[in-house]
Write a protein that binds this ligand. Structure first.
Ligand code: CTP
Length: 403
């Protein structure tokens, strides 16, 4: 899945012949799963029609501060457009528009959106080779880069003038790959490997029965999804759950028992940077698994249980530089019990769920957590969807490990 999936992208189109390529660029962005809104300079409409760009983007195209609808004048609010965008790509960016972006000139809607935009701005210059080499253009490039915008390098080739050289707008495919790579390079968990355990474990009694628990795995899967979005490589060791993993970037290892989860987790722990153990691992497992289905001949049945290996404790004992996170589900003396667990299992962070909190714990789509760090910092969060809780936990970890 592309990092552009689900992103709101404002595409700024200025008056260069390369504006015809904006149509292809929109199609590529939409194929990547992005939503696109186009803002054009008035002169760019000579090069490509708003109808084409509106049809491809499936959105209204904006080119002036107001639009006339049956004598009903509407204001195209540049601030609203700018706030909508997660990214602003100006392609093609002419020498004229770049110079105005440098000076803060604001004589069209595109420039007003640029000045209002708080999101990352990319610009893809397009002009003839001599214009491209001109010191004033070079000055524009320098200033725009200094302002924190991202320049998508122009390419060498045939130009509209008939000359050949540097100045062609980057091909739409190259614009898309540039933006994708740029986003990936800035993700806070880039190059980090995260091990996550999720769901329950099933401990067999006989060929048809097991001891399990109510864990749905939702919290662990939400963590895996969020970590992937933040650039991490995720190994998700999952107990039996009915959830689907739609994100192909997540490497899921399916297990059933506590023993299998222990072995699978240890395979990846040494090479991971962060381990988050959210699984509800069975603490006990039947000492013997009956080879045949147990018949109800007796009035009572005793099953002898033996302790499982504690994965989290074993990690605490062997960890080098890994940031180790455990979960604690408590019903009383929550903070004290969680702190004890944190110390006993040598954790860097513990995520406390209290069964007394509404909207927290097993099966819910929401959770309410308190994070306790090894230096005794206690941070409580409100009830939120598990996807947001996952981001809270990961953002906390990112701050702690200063990546
Ligand atoms: N855990 C583990 N391996 C186990 C048992 C638990 O990795 N065999 C991890 C869980 O994934 C979770 C944390 O340990 O991160 C929970 O700690 P634990 O002491 O098992 O909590 P409880 O089961 O709540 O313990 P207790 O019943 O003693 O409160």
């Amino acid at each position: 899945m592309s990092v552009l999936s689900g992103k709101n992208i404002i595409l700024g189109v200025t008056a260069g012949i390369a504006a015809y390529k904006s149509a292809f660029l929109i199609r590529l962005l939409i194929k990547k799963g992005a939503k696109v809104k186009v803002v054009m300079t008035p002169a760019s409409k000579e090069f490509v029609t708003p109808l084409t760009l509106s049809t491809l983007s499936k959105n209204e195209v904006f080119s002036s501060f107001t639009s006339d609808e049956d004598d009903n004048v509407q204001w195209n609010n540049h601030v609203d457009i700018a706030e909508w965008g997660d990214l602003f790509i100006i392609a093609p960016a002419t020498a004229n528009t770049m110079s105005k972006m440098v000076s803060g000139t604001c004589d069209n809607l595109l420039l007003a959106v640029y000045l209002s935009a708080k999101c990352p701005v990319y610009f893809a210059p397009a002009m003839d080779l001599d214009m491209y080499q001109h010191p004033s253009t070079k000055e524009s490039f320098k200033k725009l880069n200094d302002f924190g915008n991202f320049q998508i390098p122009a390419e060498i080739g045939e130009l509209a003038s008939g000359l050949s050289g540097m100045g062609r707008m980057a091909e739409p495919e190259n614009i898309v790959s540039f933006v994708e790579k740029n986003i990936l390079d800035q993700l806070p968990l880039k190059n980090k490997c995260i091990l996550i355990t999720a769901g329950p474990t099933y401990e067999s009694i006989d060929p048809v029965r097991f001891i399990g628990n109510h864990s749905s795995g939702k919290m662990g899967y939400a963590l895996a999804e969020a970590a992937t979005h933040l650039g991490a490589q995720v190994k998700l060791i999952s107990g039996p759950v009915s959830l689907q993993n739609f994100n192909e970037a997540i490497h899921v290892i399916h297990v059933n028992t506590a023993e299998e989860m222990y072995n699978a987790s240890h395979k990846y722990f040494k090479t991971c940077d962060i381990a988050i153990l959210s699984a509800a691992v069975a603490d006990f497992t039947p000492k013997r698994v009956a080879t045949q289905k147990i018949k109800k001949v007796e009035d009572s049945l005793a099953i002898e249980l033996t302790k499982t290996k504690d994965i989290l404790t074993s990690f605490g004992n062997i960890k080098d530089n890994q940031f180790l996170v455990g979960f604690a589900l408590e019903t009383e003396n929550e903070i004290e019990n969680a702190k004890t667990k944190l110390i006993k299992k040598k954790l860097d962070l513990i995520v406390l769920n209290s069964l007394n909190d509404k909207g927290a714990g097993f099966q819910h789509d929401t959770n309410k957590v308190t994070l306790i760090s090894k230096d005794n910092k206690v941070t409580a969060y409100g009830v939120k969807p598990k996807s947001e809780v996952a981001h809270d936990i990961l953002n906390y970890i990112i701050r702690e490990i200063h990546v």
